[in-house]
Design a protein around this ligand. Sequence first.
Ligand SMILES: Cc1cc2nc3c(=O)[nH]c(=O)nc-3n(C[C@H](O)[C@H](O)[C@H](O)COP(=O)(O)O)c2cc1C
Length: 182
Amino acid sequence: MKFKVYYYSRKGSNKYLAQRIASDLNCEMEEIRPRLNTFLFMMMNLNLGNRKLKSNPTNYDKVILCHPIFMGKLIVPLKKFIIQNTNQINALDFVTSCGSTFAKKDEKFGHNLVFQEVKRLLGSKCEKCQAFPIGLVLPKELQESPDAFMHNHLNNENFKGEILSLYQNFISEYLGSAEKLK
Ligand SMILES: Cc1cc2nc3c(=O)[nH]c(=O)nc-3n(C[C@H](O)[C@H](O)[C@H](O)COP(=O)(O)O)c2cc1C
C-alpha cells in the first residue's frame, strides 16, 4: 500500500506528527504551501489558494493529511487542499494535533466539527479522522487547561506517555494493513 503524508503546520506540532508518520510508514511527505501564509487573513477567510503540489495525490493509495484546527473552523489551507484535490485523492485519513480535548470534541471549538466537515466534503474517500490533543503531553490535572495549546508543541521530549500510546495504536493499524497487502 502506497502512502503519502501532506501537512500544514504553523507552530510545528503537525509537522512533527507528519514526520513521525512518514518515517514509520517509510513514505514521502510534502508541505502544503498557501500562497498567502498569514494567520490573520486565514482567520478572515481571505486567501489565494495553495501553491501547486509537487506530487499528485492520485499516485498514492492513501493520503494522510496532518493539519491544525483553528477557531473550530476548516480553514485554508485545509479547505483548499481538499477542494483542489478531491478528484485526485483515492482515500484520505485526516490527522490533527489540536487544542481541543476528547471531552470537548463536540463543542464550538472541538475537533469533531472539523472532522464532520472534512467527511462531508470528501464523502467515503475520508476513511478516518484522528485527533492528538496537545493536552495529552501534560499531567492529567492540566490537560483541560484552555491555554494548554498556547504553550505546548509536539517534540521528541514531550511525545511520550498517553500521547505516545495513542500514536502507537494509530500507527499499528497502518502497519498491519501494509503487511496484509504485501
Ligand atoms: C489562535 C488559535 C486558535 C486555535 N483554535 C483551536 C480550535 O478551535 N480548536 C482546537 O482544537 N485547537 C485550536 N487551537 C490549537 C491548535 O490547533 C494547536 O495548537 C495545534 O497543535 C497547532 O498546530 P501547529 O503547531 O502544527 O501549527 C488554536 C490555536 C491557536 C493559536
